[in-house]
Design a protein around this ligand. Structure first.
Ligand code: KIV
Length: 281
């Protein structure tokens, strides 16, 4: 079947047809080529890059410039996936017009198709303003890592009946404000199921059980590259850290032992040119 670029409209149709949506993060050109080649629908250039690429403890210090730099690299590698740029902390919370300008930069300079921002009802006016500017917005509720200090850590949200009800209301408010999809992070399965059932737009779960309309995972987690923080909801589809360290060690050993570079890795020179060169020394 001919592969087409994934759009907000095709994602909406997937929900109507009850066809699961796949989403992964990617942060650079090569990563985007690989994720796109696997037929993944949506690539999120997540601010999780602060942790898995930049080595920070949280996503809070990540800047607009850092996000745009990685978005551009991913955009060069992805042909079909819908690209979502993750708005970093304080690029949209202070006021709606600053949020619109920063969201616009993601499309103009980051070359992505839409933006994602964290928060529920308190973000409704901001979402409306960005959508009114013609920029599609993906919401993100539940565990919102940019509010990790307020939440008291990376912990499951919506565990009490009252907290679960607030999440449903947040999701409905974001849909009403114009979001085209919503990420549900670290919420109990039954809560994610209730939200997914009530919304017309797709829900994308991470640690939210099987009833969401789609699933998202972090690139480094899927490949088993990053062993610093391993949430229980992650499934590793490969354990590449070991083989990569082995390859680097073999390279180091070859260089130290004089086995690399060998003759086939070295550019030759014609005998005449070599003789002339040696004479010139
Ligand atoms: O930044 C990120 O990678 C995310 C996903 C975990 C949804 O927000």
């Amino acid at each position: 079947m001919e592969r087409k670029k994934v759009t907000v409209l095709s994602l909406a149709a997937r929900k109507r047809r009850r066809e699961p949506i796949t989403m992964l993060t990617a942060y650079d050109y090569t990563g985007a080529l690989l994720v796109d080649a696997a037929g993944i629908d949506v690539i999120l250039i997540g601010d999780s890059l602060g942790m898995v690429v930049m080595g920070l403890n949280t996503t809070i210090p990540v800047t607009m410039e850092e996000m745009l730099h990685h978005c551009r690299a991913v955009a060069r590698g992805a042909t079909y996936a819908h690209l979502v740029g993750d708005m970093p902390f304080l690029s949209y919370q202070a006021d709606a017009s600053e949020a619109v300008r920063n969201a616009g930069r993601f499309l103009k300079e980051g070359m992505v198709d839409s933006v994602k921002l964290e928060g529920g009802r308190e973000m409704v006016e901001t979402v409306r303003a960005i959508v009114a500017a013609g920029i599609p917005v993906m919401g993100h509720i539940g565990l919102t890592p940019q509010s990790v200090s307020k939440l008291g850590g990376f912990r499951t949200q919506g565990k009490t009946a009252a907290a679960a009800r607030r999440l449903v209301d947040d999701a409905l408010a974001l849909e009403e404000a114009g979001c085209y999809a919503i990420v549900l992070e670290a919420v109990p399965g039954p809560v994610a199921a209730a939200i997914s059932e009530r919304l017309r737009i797709p829900t994308i779960g991470i640690g939210a059980g099987p009833s969401c309309d789609g699933q998202v995972l972090v690139y480094h987690d899927v490949l088993g590259l990053f062993d610093k923080l391993q949430p229980t909801f992650v499934k590793e589809y490969a354990q590449l850290r070991g083989p990569i360290v082995e390859a680097f060690t073999a390279y180091r050993d070859d260089v130290v032992a004089g086995r690399f570079p060998a003759e086939e890795h070295t550019f030759p020179m014609s005998a005449d040119e070599l003789a002339a060169f040696q004479q010139s020394l």
